[in-house]
Design a binder for this molecule. Sequence first.
Ligand code: OAD
Length: 251
Amino acid sequence: MKSLDALISAAVDHLAATRNAVALTGAGISIESGIPAFRGKGGLWERFDPMEIAHIDALVRDPARVWKLLVKDLKEIMDRAAPNDGHKGLARLEQLGILQTVITQNVDGLHQMAGNTDVIEFHGSFAWQRCMQCGRRVETRAVDASVLPPRCACGGVLRPDAVFFGEMIPPMALWRSQETTAACEVMLVVGTSAIVQPAASMPLIAKENGAVVIEINPEATPLTGVVSDILIPGKAGDIMNRILAQLENAR
Ligand code: OAD
């Protein structure tokens, strides 16, 4: 088995040789910003059944319950969250002309806050709420969550502008993700368990089109050894710092 240093050096070689890398990120990259992931120890789905709380039918049936159990807490956490070294590293890769696009399953807006300019929000965004009646959008930070569910001026219920289970991926996000993925030379897959479709098929599309696929994750995923060429085991912040240190040194 290769050492961590050897794996990082291999990733650096691939990144240094391209100007068209794309990243696919998941909840793991935001854990170091204090936002819980979905699966695994401490994950949201350890406490809740996603079909009971994050399915569109649950939201329509009882929005107050979904707000009380899930959305209110997430709002409080995300209102305060800031990018960590993982997000900052991806922003630096863009500045260096290596990374073109971030496709994220996260709804926390931290990639944009870190400085990435082309971020595809595959599962929508938590930064905005949408009225279920008139469609008006309101910034989540400005929403008063003292009475649940919060309502729009028209009386309709506000819901996160994010994708719930049972809903479609925003068509433009899906289309652009497939296009950028098919065209990239290196795909960095950071902090995702790679089991929720169709996001999890992006690395496969990259691979089929000749890209090198590099995972950064403390754990192996279904992609590991099958689709990904390299798994760098570790936390996103630490590994991105090491990758950047080597890349900047080589410049
Ligand atoms: P998951 O919670 O399924 O997976 C998080 C991944 O991050 C796991 O593979 C962990 O091993 C890894 N991880 C943990 N700590 C890490 C760290 N410090 N650095 C890097 N990786 C770390 O999250 P997602 O794959 O994003 O969808 O989940 C995909 C989708 O499932 C979400 O977008 C959400 C959820 O249900 C919807 O809500 C529609």
